[in-house]
Design a protein around this ligand. Structure first.
Ligand SMILES: [Zn+2]
Length: 424
């Protein structure tokens, strides 16, 4: 079969359907669906979310997918298989962003999934399975403090306790659902039946510098690190910044600060990653000794065992710091995600896809960032394709990708789907 030239991936024209240039143009368009002028912020169940679903739905329809919004607000597109009961291959990523985001985290992978379907349809390829493209509505957890809400709904892992989660304005998740036009009572309709699903493939920017350092455009993911998050508190006693002598101070911020350095030391020494991204002193006045300090901890490691061991050590050391300063240390767990590994057959397909672009021994990467694939792992096997991003920068407005890399990634992602079809 001879193909039109634009299908071979060597076009440079932004108007060409399903090309890397078109995808990047669409990333620019979605970057304008933001709650802030001059910055990208798109959180769950907002007007920007609705606008994005509508726009992406149009693009899904152009690619031959039947677009629909599910009971959790995820934007989905269905390509029917040869039979009514054909199994379904899932492709996707997320459409929400952190505050001050770049334009590719999640978005690129969703638009690539749509483009791959568009390319296969344009070539008249008939797959032995159906495809569902998923644009997850809430991966980052920015609004309600709980990540992966969209993919958990699809995986059938929604928890009733989440309905009472509240955003910074005090609006509950239940109320936000209703305001968005969704019915909380129907949330289970978003879940996919396990027996129909073949697996899940996600393309995503690396969000780290390893591909760039290795001078590679693409990499295959071996697994995703599990993360635990805690709200930590040191409680002491507020007092006059002048009048209270050092020997009698119970300065909560000093205790918390010591714990922050303990976290770095223990995590580094044991090959884990600990980050304190937020700290607040109370009452928060220049002339008052802080009586209370609240801070966060995000803890990750290659295995859950290692991560949990480091957490035990941190707690031990924090208790010692607190005792030495006559403070009280408290920890509340906010989030716990298990480490996951990819499905071997699906990862093989990604490897075959990358090999088809000329890199026959692709770099293998463990994802240190969380992804929707973690939630989908409870439903079905997954595999991921990583794409080089400039300087490893992500969750930042300077996030960048190269058009040539996206073109290679499209070819690889399409080849991975065809590899699965061949051995189906
Ligand atoms: Zn992401």
């Amino acid at each position: 079969m001879s193909l039109p030239e634009w299908l071979n991936g060597d076009d440079k024209d932004g108007d060409v359907p399903f090309s890397a240039a078109e995808i990047l143009e669409r990333c620019d368009i979605l970057a304008t669906h933001s709650s802030r002028v001059g910055a990208i912020e798109r959180s769950y169940l907002t007007a920007e979310h609705a606008r994005t679903n509508w726009t992406v739905g149009e693009w899904m329809a152009q690619a031959g997918l039947e677009p629909w919004q599910d009971a959790a607000g995820n934007q989905r597109g269905t390509l029917a298989g040869p039979r009514d009961d054909s199994p379904v291959l899932l492709l996707g990523s997320h459409l929400d962003t952190v505050p001050g985001a770049g334009r590719y985290d999640g978005i690129l992978g969703t638009l690539m999934a749509i483009a791959v379907v568009g390319r296969l349809e344009a070539k008249g390829v008939r797959l032995p399975f159906g495809i569902e493209v998923l644009g997850f509505a809430d991966e980052e957890g920015t609004r309600f403090g709980r990540t992966l809400l969209g993919s958990c709904a699809v995986a059938g892992a929604w928890q009733d306790s989440w309905w009472e989660l509240r955003d910074a304005q005090g609006i509950s998740l239940r109320t936000a659902f209703e305001a968005f036009g969704l019915d909380p009572a129907r949330i289970e309709e978003a879940a996919l039946p396990r027996e129909r699903v073949l697996g899940y493939l996600e393309a995503h920017i690396e969000q780290g510098p390893l591909l760039e350092d290795a001078d590679r455009a693409l990499g295959v993911v071996t697994g995703i690190m599990g993360a635990r998050r805690f709200d930590l508190t040191m409680v002491g006693e507020a007092g006059h910044a002048g009048g209270m002598p050092y020997g009698r101070r119970r300065d909560a911020l000093l205790g918390a600060s010591e714990v922050v350095t303990v976290i770095e030391t223990l995590a580094r020494d044991h090959g884990a990653i600990g980050t304190v991204g937020r700290m607040q002193a109370y009452p928060g006045a220049a002339n008052v000794i802080p009586g209370r300090a609240e801070f966060s901890l995000d803890l990750r490691a290659e295995t859950d065992e290692l991560r949990d061991r480091v957490w035990d050590l941190i707690q031990e050391q924090a208790a010692k710091v607190a005792a030495a300063r006559n403070l009280d240390f408290q920890a509340v767990e906010r989030h716990d995600a298990e480490a996951t590994v990819v499905g071997e057959r699906l990862a093989e397909a990604i490897r075959a896809g990358i090999a088809a672009t000329g890199d026959t021994a692709p770099l293998e990467l463990l994802s240190k960032a969380g992804h929707d694939a973690m939630a989908i792992a409870s439903l079905t096997d997954y595999a991921m394709l990583f794409i080089r991003c400039g300087g490893g920068i992500s969750h930042h407005k300077d996030e960048s990708v190269i058009e040539a890399d996206v073109a290679l990634a499209l070819d690889a992602f399409e080849a991975a789907v065809l590899d699965l079809a061949r051995t189906f």
